[in-house]
Design a protein. Structure first.
Length: 92
């Protein structure tokens, strides 16, 4: 039988490190998208508030995860006063 995967990222990525990075980026992108939607911001407004260009907001909303680093996503959230907390769980 094949190895059981914890998430789609575990199945798609070559290493656990890549899978974790993708999971974190995906979660941050989802949260940023929700913030934009909850505030009713148009792409141009969101771009100004988040410190990026309008095309970057379009990429974000279309889920182009490969175009965003963890640093960039954290910086975008910091631009609007949001905090990012990372918890480390024992893998055992």
């Amino acid at each position: 039988m094949g190895q059981a995967h914890k998430s789609i990222w575990d199945a798609l990525m070559d290493t656990p490190q890549e899978a974790l990075n993708m999971k974190l980026r995906a979660n941050l992108m989802i949260q940023i998208t929700k913030i934009i939607e909850n505030n009713g911001w148009k792409q141009e407004q969101a771009a100004k508030k988040l410190g990026v260009t309008q095309p970057r907001i379009s990429d974000l909303q279309r889920g182009k995860i490969d175009l965003f680093s963890l640093d960039m996503l954290v910086n975008m959230l910091a631009s609007i006063g949001e905090e990012v907390e990372i918890k480390i769980k024992d893998a055992a």
